[in-house]
Design a protein around this ligand. Structure first.
Ligand SMILES: [Zn+2]
Length: 191
């Protein structure tokens, strides 16, 4: 999709691409929540998760898991948040399905907590009944992605990482730049 910034980035290396296979790319988020914030994207344009073919969605989740593990190693993250914002009210700002992986550490200043609502047993029971009555109807319908032709490549056995260290252009402060270079150096060593 020509006016999608993610599609443009996938094709032009506009964002810092760390990895790609025929279906999925991993890039550094240009405005990271924390250092090492990654985005995993299908290389084809899909606006929301509902439209992503299952095969590609599965690959994206597997790659997300690998890169989450990688952040624990490379940045010594103490945790990761893996976030899919599905729809504008949920915080989706780009019209392209994205999995965010945010490396976390103690006292990093991010707060994804919410205030739990207090529900009575009756409210929960009513809610369960209301949802249960809809489940069969909704799940019996094909998902949006299943109505479309699926063109996914064969599963790759290994994650190969582009060697882009020499091409890195980063305009932020030197300390940040050196950490990013360290990150990229580590990635190129993944077997
Ligand atoms: Zn796109």
């Amino acid at each position: 999709m020509s006016d999608c910034v993610i599609c443009q980035a996938v094709q032009s290396d506009k964002l810092m691409k760390l990895y790609e296979d025929p279906d999925v790319a991993v890039m550094l988020h240009p405005k990271p929540a924390t250092l090492g914030h990654l985005i995993i994207v299908p290389k084809q344009h899909y606006a929301i998760i509902e439209t992503v073919p299952n095969t590609i969605l599965g690959k994206a989740i597997i790659v997300a898991n690998r890169f989450s593990m990688f952040l624990f190693e490379a940045l010594e993250a103490k945790g990761t948040n893996m976030i899919i914002a599905n729809g504008v009210p949920a915080g989706q700002s780009l019209a392209h399905f994205v999995i965010n992986i945010i490396p976390r550490s103690e006292n990093d200043g991010l707060d994804f907590q919410w205030t739990p609502k207090k529900s009575s047993e009756q409210e929960l029971s009513d809610n369960q009944s209301a949802l249960s009555s809809e489940i069969q109807h909704v799940l019996s319908q094909p998902a949006a992605a299943e109505k479309m032709p699926v063109k996914a490549t064969e599963e790759k056995q290994e994650i190969k990482v582009e060697e882009k260290e020499e091409k890195v252009e980063h305009k932020e402060e030197p300390k940040h730049e050196s950490k990013i270079k360290h990150l990229l150096k580590y990635i190129t060593r993944i077997p």
